[in-house]
Design a protein around this ligand. Structure first.
Ligand SMILES: [Zn+2]
Ligand SMILES: [Zn+2]
Length: 416
């Protein structure tokens, strides 16, 4: 077998060198079809090998705690991928051979095989092995037309086709099993990326999915005609808004004996009233601009260093806009005060018009409510904010946007 695989590898290598641009359209599509089929056939071989490795206890004999853990290191797989691989290999072994044959013949894809195996297990539990056999036959045929998601949905009705008499009772059982699978497979992975970024991936069960959509969808709507963010960026910012809100409630469980909070450490020059670059307690470095923006928000605690890097807390209590002051601010602004924004107060941070580091006081006259997006926008763009003669905030557009720089106001939360 090893010789055959080596030969196959050599043949594939010559295909990699062959020029795809030279193919006619007909051959191009034919080549794509064959490549896909080969990939599934090869997956069948790999699954059989994984099954054998697992069955022989190779991983444990070599000191790993499980086959999945061993595969993860050996093939440098994601842990969840490694687990799914071992799981599918085992289930393929326990289902009618028709699934394996279909995979080995390139007739179904790995994901389709997974659906068929899951469905066959459900059918077998409610209707016995013989009906499961029939179900596999039908599903393999359907796999020629439907993608894995559709196939799974149709799999919940498979008994209507192979055992109509059992169908009603079994539909309920199949749905329950599907729900149990969703509950079993629920997970979120947070992995570190360079520069302090995180990669977020995972699968939510149906209830969590509904909850997330209910919260994220309205929050990720564009915040006005000026909103140039793409949908992905808006969803990202919405998630941040939710975290900010959770921090602001003060009801999160303590971590290490301290209430949950973000600590920003930064240098501060009292003479020039300049904030230096900062660092989060994860060690991530921040620009002075980001430090100023974070320091505006009451839920974030800046730890300011004096000249000799001794902690020097510049009137933190006065700086935090909370309690009665925040309530007064909510009464005055009614929500994000940026022109055209409809975000309600709950999603807003209090921005210091004149930053506290520049000597700006923490008073109603020096504060304005801004949603997360517009808070960032005000800190990073040339918009200026001030209070008008009537004590309400107005925003002066940058000259490139309006050469006359006529102040604009939010007419959504307040009538003029
Ligand atoms: Zn601010
Ligand atoms: Zn806003």
């Amino acid at each position: 077998m090893i010789d055959e695989l080596a030969r196959a590898e050599g043949v594939v290598a010559t295909c990699t060198e062959a020029a795809a641009w030279a193919l006619s359209e007909h051959d191009l599509i034919a080549a794509l079809d064959v490549t896909h089929r080969l990939q599934q056939r090869l997956a069948a071989v790999r699954l059989a090998l994984v099954r054998e490795v697992d069955g022989r206890g190779v991983a444990v004999a070599r000191g790993a705690s499980s086959t999945a853990v061993w595969l993860r290191h050996r093939l440098r797989l994601d842990m969840s991928d490694a687990r799914r691989l071992v799981g599918l290999a085992a289930s393929l072994d326990a289902t009618p051979p028709a699934v394996r044959d279909a995979l080995a013949g390139g007739a179904v894809s790995v994901e389709q095989a997974r659906v068929i195996v899951d469905t066959a297990a459900t059918v077998s539990a409610v209707a016995g092995a013989e009906v499961a056999d029939k179900a596999v036959g039908v599903l393999v045929e359907w796999a020629g037309q439907f993608d894995p998601i559709l196939l799974r949905r149709m799999g919940t009705r498979i008994l209507d086709h192979v055992a109509p008499d059992l169908a009603d009772a079994a539909t309920a059982a199949a749905l329950a099993a599907e729900e149990a699978r969703a509950a079993r497979d629920r997970h979120v992975t947070i992995s570190e990326r360079a520069g302090g970024r995180l990669r977020l991936s995972g699968t939510l069960d149906a209830e969590a999915a509904a909850l997330l959509r209910a919260v994220i969808d309205p929050l990720s709507a564009p915040s006005g005609p000026d909103d140039a963010r793409c949908p992905g960026q808006r969803r990202h910012d919405a998630l941040v808004d939710v975290c900010r809100l959770a921090l602001r409630t003060g009801e999160l469980p303590e971590s290490g004996g301290e209430p949950a909070q973000i600590v920003v450490t930064t240098g501060y020059d009292g003479l020039t009233r300049q904030l230096g670059a900062g660092a989060l307690d994860t060690g991530l470095r921040l620009t002075p601009d980001t430090v100023r923006q974070l320091a505006c928000d009451a839920a974030i605690l800046p730890a300011v260093l004096g000249g000799a890097s001794r902690p020097l807390d510049v009137g933190r209590q006065r700086r935090l806009i909370a309690g009665p002051l925040r309530r007064a601010l909510v009464l005055r602004d009614g929500g994000c005060a940026f022109p055209g924004c409809d975000r309600p107060p709950r999603w807003c941070a209090a921005h210091h018009i004149r930053h506290w580091a520049d000597g700006g006081p923490t008073t109603l006259d020096n504060a304005v409510l801004l949603c997360g997006h517009h808070h960032r926008h005000v800190h990073q763009s040339d918009w200026a904010v001030r209070l008008g003669g009537d004590g309400h905030p107005e925003f002066v557009p940058p000259a490139w946007l309006d050469p006359a720089r006529v102040p604009r106001r939010n007419h959504y939360h307040r009538r003029t």
